[in-house]
Design a protein around this ligand. Sequence first.
Ligand code: TXA
Ligand code: MG
Length: 327
Amino acid sequence: DRGSMPTRRLAADAAGVAEAGALLRAGQLVAIPTETVYGLGADAGSATAVAGIYAAKERPRFNPLIAHLPDLAAARREGVFGADAARLAEAFWPGPLTLVVPVAAGGRVCDLARAGLPSVALRVPGSRLARDVLAAAGCPVAAPSANRSGRVSPTDADHVLGDLDGRIAALLDGGPCPVGVESTIVACLDGPPLLLRPGGVSREAIEAVLGRRLALPVAPVGAAPIAPGLLASHYAPRAAVRLDATAVRPGEAVLLFGPIRPDGLDAASASLNLSPAGDLAEAAAHLFAYLRRLDASGAATIAVAPIPETGLGEAIRDRLARAAAPR
Ligand code: TXA
Ligand code: MG
């Protein structure tokens, strides 16, 4: 009975790291902080442990998961790095970049964690605490965001417990996540590298390292999407979300960006500014927490001010578009 398992809150110290690693190695579910969002971790080599992730999240479908490693050497045991993947790993690891590469012979990430694909998604997180836990665990750790399926991703420990208390063995409390949006996902398979999901490393930074533009995946009509789980409504608050709002309607909650005061702001039921100075990195760090707070205010609609499309703005706009998608 998952509903009655007490969730232990572990401190971000040597004892907490050792305990989190031991629990993961023993097949338990542990929420761990990364620089992007909190991850719901399990031993990626154990189908039983990975199945527990789906049960705890109430995720209806088996999507492939990201396997987290403490360093590039460990990642090379799981996946095959061609020239592009190696260049990106050198440039951005540890950090908020996930690389989808062919599975290495002898790789430990189980079929369920890869959803049966011949490729594997690998990430060496920028968070020192996360890498310490991964090193202590000694196994690749599958970790989707530590929220119930369809909910807003968690960027602090209380968000995780709000969704998963009683359903996971432990939570390592590392405080708020500094990046605040999930990792950028780039596929380095046959052909040119593809941007599967915008995220914490900007497209511009990746293109500068590759020396060429990143292509987007083109799925044949009717085919399964190349990054399953990326397309449907996701990151959904309870309230409706209205994008690129330049004026506020009475009673709406408002998510602002930058110094501009939209018309009608005085009639808003609540408002928060992602970054009064208009800084996209600050806005990304606040995004999910502010969506949760405005949702908790009880407003029927959250109006969102225009966000630029450059740099981290691409990831922020992507997550907001999912929050606004029809459900
Ligand atoms: O920042 C992050 O990436 C967070 C933290 C916890 O590290 N993790 C995260 O994991 O966002 P998750 O499971 O929510 O996202 C994994 C995405 C899925 O949408 C999946 O479709 C894609 O990665 N993916 C995984 N393996 C893949 C593969 N072999 N081919 C294509 N897409 C893959
Ligand atoms: Mg997620």
